[in-house]
Design a protein around this ligand. Sequence first.
Ligand code: COA
Ligand code: ZN
Length: 305
Amino acid sequence: MSGSMDRLFITDVSPRDGLQNQPTPVSTEAKAGLIRLLAQAGVASVEATSFVSPKAVPQMADAGQLLAQVQGELPDLRVSVLVPNLKGLERARAASAREIAVVLSATETMNRRNINMGLDEAVQVSEQTLQAAAAAGLRTRAYVAVAFDCPFEGAVPLDRVVSLAHRMRVAGAGEVVIADTIGAAAPGMVRERLQAILQAVPQQQLAAHFHDTRGLGAANAWAAIEAGVRRLDASAGGLGGCPFAPGAAGNVATEDLVLMAERSGLATGIDLDGLLRAIDHVEARLGRPLGGRSIAWLRRRRPAA
Ligand code: COA
Ligand code: ZN
């Protein structure tokens, strides 16, 4: 499976999944600074922000301004933004977005809590949004959130996850992102689910998104890689969590995945020292220590500045 040319594509979601839940307001300039440092570290794809209701997520209220600034400064960076509905797509297009992600949850209650729609309506709205985005020439991703356990409904049936992933692909999603929103998965489940989903979504179009709530984020990411997945979301410093999913901790840390990949013969194109500079930047802005499981070791080995 490995081999020095094998590549792992990481989308860093720290500016969106990471910051959306932070009570401390972070300035647009500080967010742009994080994205610049990620790009300098070799991150090729980021999820920069979300065009959601500013009442629901105040931290993302500056989405239009941030996107314009980042795309102006970093024309080669792949920049995606989360949109929950057609209104979000309209706002994203007005800010010249080139890539959007819709967010469909696999249960009735999680959709209701997150985007105030039932499951059927959320499927329809996600399909319409994907179709409109594709028609406008945008790249698209579709999250299938709570694809393992839901904080409200418990274990989520696998056949439903496969069917939703398939519908998102048929609606035109360039990438389908299977998300363990609350960090409830374990490696055996990951292998089983992703193998089943790979029957419905081609490998090049499938991504996985893990949270490290129970300390299994890297193990789950490795199980996804062994199942054949080569696209993973992660967050610098392990920042992250959905404000509407109780008990969710941060995303699996980008630095943990880069370290794991490098040591396992998978190239990510991401430089760990550059990533540490991005993490230092966010720590200074939030005023608290961040970092995945490997952070203490990474900092000890860092050459003196
Ligand atoms: N961006 C900004 N405002 C939006 C919007 C969007 N994408 N979609 C709707 N709105 C506005 C409407 O224009 C309306 O404004 P008004 O009160 O000034 O008239 C208001 O929000 C209510 O619209 P409605 O369609 O009834 O939305 P809602 O109250 O049912 O909320 C969402 C639906 C999707 C907008 C809201 O639940 C949301 O933003 N959720 C964010 C979820 C999230 O970010 N989760 C974390 C990431 S997964
Ligand atoms: Zn997430």
